[in-house]
Design a protein around this ligand. Structure first.
Ligand SMILES: [Zn+2]
Length: 264
């Protein structure tokens, strides 16, 4: 079923939180372009906003996109309904279905980043040749089979490929990363393209070594404490784990206080 437009007074009167998220979506689009992680109008971004999803509109170049152009879609109800003025990205189904299947996901970035997409052309997953693969929650970043863009089939493949993961390569298409919020998703988009680039370059000169699964699992655990964390999320590392985000707070013993001189 194609997405359908609904005229609603609420489409113009969004609150401050939604306004902030709309602006953040636009800012993240521009940042992806600045970092050369996206190709033209190919990529699309979404963010959870209460019981709705905000998603980039279809066919608008990022440098022409403004916050009011972002489309809004209910997540759990009225499947496929959107609030304009512009129609959501043609990949709205993939974004919406992931948000429905994964309550831990607050933001999604999908792009055709060159190195990640290069691997997807070969249906080549990214193994743990570099330890940063742990930022995606497991021992590799999977690559799905091919399915046409905008279809339920592609959405199902993406959800399967994302099981216990925060990123996936989409066969002969591109890459998709998730985050609890937009900054975390952007961080992963950059990390995934970097990992893909390193892996492609390494494959060009030899056969990269792959870390053993138990080592990657240990790093996945460590990432829970000092990977990227949204500012509002408080996560305390156990006392015996080194945490570079926590300043050294051990105090030197206090100097003994001098007795005030007695005045004659
Ligand atoms: Zn795409």
């Amino acid at each position: 079923m194609p997405a359908s437009a609904v005229n609603s007074p609420s489409r113009r009167g969004y609150d401050m939180n939604e306004d902030k998220l709309r602006r953040a979506l636009v800012a993240n689009c521009l940042e992806l372009e600045r970092l050369h992680i996206n190709q033209g109008t190919a990529g699309n971004l979404s963010v959870r906003c209460g019981d709705c999803m905000l998603i980039t509109p279809t066919g608008v170049p990022y440098d022409k996109m403004t916050a009011p152009m972002i489309a809004r879609m209910p997540i759990e109800t009225d499947y496929g309904v959107w609030f304009g003025p512009l129609a959501p990205s043609s990949e709205w189904r993939m974004h919406l279905n992931i948000m429905r299947a994964r309550p831990d996901v607050g933001a999604i970035i999908h792009t055709h980043a060159v190195y990640a997409t290069t691997l997807s052309l070969l249906h080549q997953p990214i193994p743990a040749a570099h330890y940063m693969v742990a930022a995606f929650g497991g021992t590799n970043v999977r690559c799905t089979e091919y399915a046409p863009f905008g279809t339920k089939e592609l959405s199902d493949l993406a959800i399967d490929g994302l099981a216990d993961r925060h990123g996936v390569l989409l066969g002969q298409h591109g890459m998709l990363v998730t985050g609890r919020d937009l900054p975390e998703a952007l961080w992963r988009a950059v990390e995934l393209e970097t990992l893909a680039k390193m892996y492609v370059l390494a494959l060009g000169i030899g056969r990269p070594y792959v870390l053993p699964d138990d080592e990657v699992s240990r790093i996945v655990e460590r990432f829970k404490f000092y990977g990227y964390h949204p500012r509002k999320t408080k996560i305390s590392a156990p006392a015996n784990v080194w945490n570079p985000r926590k300043p050294h707070t051990e105090r030197l013993p206090a100097k003994p206080k001098r007795k005030p001189r007695e005045r004659p």
